[in-house]
Design a protein around this ligand. Sequence first.
Ligand code: NAP
Length: 308
Amino acid sequence: MVATMYDLIIVGAGPAGLTAGIYAARYGLETLVLEQSAVPGQISVANVIENYPGFISTSGKELMSRFREHALANGIAIKKADVKKVEDVAGKKIVLTHDEELYALAVIVATGANPKLLGVPGERKLLGKGVSYCATCDAAFFADQEVLVIGGGESAVTDALILSGIASKVYVAHRRDSLRACKVLQQRAFMKDNIEFIWDSVVEEIIGEEAVEKVIMKNVKTGEMTEKNVEGVFIYVGINPNTGIVELEKNDNGFIITNEKMETSVKGIYAAGDCRVSPLWQVVTAVADGAVAAISVQEYVTDLKLMR
Ligand code: NAP
């Protein structure tokens, strides 16, 4: 039996992947979307989404089920598969899953990213009940309340700045006494009256029954333990992009580098959504990436077929 040569295989069935699928189907590309079988994407675990236009308030689960329904209505095939590797062999794209080898003219990598967990008691229990990894998504729920940001990188400082416009007080706990974030962001944060840095400190436990009530912190230099009453805890201790399956040009943190057409360093392989270097990782940017990637694939595949 001759193996199917798809026009396009999309790895990932989140907002970027499914949008790419919808656009690709409408361009008449023979497309297969591969959906990871076990681990849910970030969107699926978002309890409330209030910044995706057209939906005043929805959940990640609801939004994803609508995206999925939309993709299926356009005739897209979605298959559960754990992808182990994406390779380019003499221009042919090979997608290796846990149990088969698939072939395509082009591949869109839309595998997303996951925030690193802090790994302290209370973090999982209070996720969506005061614990968050995204101020752009959740800051509005903390109007005039006191919140704690954990981390000293760009995400922590960027989101502390967002929170400072909404919350009454923003504490930033960092495990050292200087920030990793760029100088411009640091200066902006230092100028805010309602942002207070708590240096050399780590959070040992997040406490609350139905919602976050307080945290227990430890000063790593003195060993002193303190409690702080806050209603929100925003955790930014790094992001893991799911990009280990493919060898492409990436930044130091493993995010795939693309141009504005979502082209990567390998011809015919595209990246879209949270797995690529971007100034913003949101549903709205992921769907835009997916649409752009699909258009780029359509051009690429049309040219390939003309050359045959
Ligand atoms: P990051 O740069 O890896 O920073 C993580 C921060 O968390 C560091 O300050 C680190 O402390 C701290 N940390 C790590 N593990 C910890 C632990 N167990 N307990 C307490 N603190 C811990 O991650 P990020 O800020 O999410 O940034 C990731 C990437 O996205 C970067 O490339 C960044 O430039 C990019 N980004 C860009 C923008 C933008 O505006 N363009 C915005 C956000 C992010 P140490 O400093 O001591 O290591």
